[in-house]
Design a protein around this ligand. Structure first.
Ligand SMILES: *Cc1c(COP(=O)(O)O)cnc(C)c1O
Length: 397
């Protein structure tokens, strides 16, 4: 049996009531050990490669490629670092626009902004909560007419739900714009029978502590071809040219994953499919128990998608339910249950209040009403019943 981590995420910040015997904190998505971590650490120490290189890192990259369905992989310090490398490979710089779904974590766009690009945010489709392909096609045609196509379009897999890559790719291909997939939380998902992100020119995934499998932090850049990964590896290791001394024709970065993290990742990856099934079961159980209550509905899954259900997300319609999303979140917190609003759309973030936005109010409405419930792969039925009872207890009688 996998054991819960002794240091669950968020434990330090949650004001749990100490007087409540039943209230062991229930966290959104705490890391879960497989029991193989010590074995992998011991192997790493025996190898002597305490470095961002060596056999452990190579084995991790091969295992990630296998799990993600991409033949070429660079393990990085984070998914954010992998995105930075993707943007660099695609030549993003000052004066460029980078377009992405507004409903995402800031890490999707932050590296492009650091590189001087201007973000443009697009609304999501209500069918998948991911970047709307019809809207993207319209906006690209309008941009072509203005004579200012984006340098890159970035699709985002939301809470484990893969974006519709073939449809997005068709819109991008018409204008020769490259598509990058932020698949940070969708390792193990499929779209149109292919792994999440497959069909994009580059994709990234994350091994942050809150993802379904973790390396204790880390990420990967994924590609179908060898050349971009070789180029990214060069850039990510200070862009050293072949010479006995330190020779550089350009300035690079230091973004490669440590082998110490890779050892943890190697212990975690074999549990991926089991944990995806566990999270999908949790989602189905929430939806079965709560989905019929007035004012509650659950994140849809299009027929072409198999989400990992990284986080179980639901919508609260305040008048019918009897409480709004925030009142529900606070009521859960008082019971020692961590939940979190759906991403605040980036076009509503103070950091991007000048950035252009295209589309309707789908993302804004999902933020207004959306709540993510505890979704840890190790959560048992009794614990989930606590969440279900707490939500149902607030429903209008
Ligand atoms: C987790 C996550 C990231 C960031 O991953 P890091 O490895 O922490 O940099 C980026 N985008 C999305 C959609 C995520 O869920």
């Amino acid at each position: 049996m996998p054991t819960p981590s002794p240091l669950p995420l968020g434990a330090a910040i949650l004001p749990f009531r100490r007087d409540e015997a039943a209230a062991t904190p229930l966290l959104l998505s705490p890391p879960l050990l497989t029991g193989e971590e010590e074995t992998q650490f011991a192997r790493l120490l025996q190898s002597g490669w305490l470095a961002p290189a060596g056999p452990t890192l190579a084995a991790f990259e091969a295992a990630v490629g296998e799990a993600a369905g991409f033949p070429h992989v660079l393990a990085t310090g984070s998914a954010t670092a992998a995105l930075l490398l993707a943007y660099r490979l695609l030549g993003v710089g000052p004066g460029d626009e980078v377009w992405t779904s507004s409903l995402t974590f800031i890490a999707t766009i932050a590296p492009a902004v650091q590189m001087g690009a201007t973000p443009r945010f697009l609304d999501v489709s209500p069918e998948s909560w991911t970047l709307d392909p019809a809207l993207l096609a319209e906006e690209l045609a309008a941009a072509a007419q203005r004579g200012r196509l984006p340098r890159v379009v970035v699709s985002v897999d939301l809470y484990g739900q893969p974006a519709d890559i073939p449809a997005l790719r068709a819109a991008c291909d018409r204008w020769g714009v490259p598509l990058v997939s932020d698949s940070a939380c969708a390792l193990g998902a499929t779209q149109h029978g292919r792994p999440a992100g497959q069909g994009a020119c580059l994709a990234v995934t994350s091994f942050n502590g809150n993802k379904i499998v973790t390396a204790g932090g880390g990420g990967a850049l994924l590609a179908d071809e060898a050349a971009p990964i070789a180029r990214a590896r060069h850039l990510a290791t200070q862009a050293r040219d072949p010479a006995p001394h330190y020779e550089h024709t350009e300035a690079g970065f230091n973004l490669v994953m440590s082998a110490v993290l890779a050892a943890v990742g190697l212990a975690q990856l074999p549990a991926l499919e089991r944990r995806v099934l566990a999270r999908r079961r949790l989602f189905d159980r929430y939806a079965a128990a709560l989905g019929a209550l007035p004012g509650l509905s659950f994140m849809p899954e299009p027929g072409w998608a198999r989400s990992t259900r990284w986080l179980s997300a639901m919508l609260v319609e305040p008048r019918r339910f009897g409480a709004d999303r925030e009142a529900l979140r606070r009521a859960l917190l008082a019971e020692g249950i961590e939940s979190r609003p759906v991403w605040k759309p980036l076009h509503l973030q103070p950091a991007f209040h000048h950035a252009p936005f295209a589309g309707g109010a789908v993302a804004a409405a999902l933020f207004e009403r959306g709540l993510c419930l505890p979704s840890g792969s190790g959560m048992g039925a009794a614990e989930q019943d606590r969440v279900i009872a707490a939500v149902a207890g607030l429903a209008r009688a």
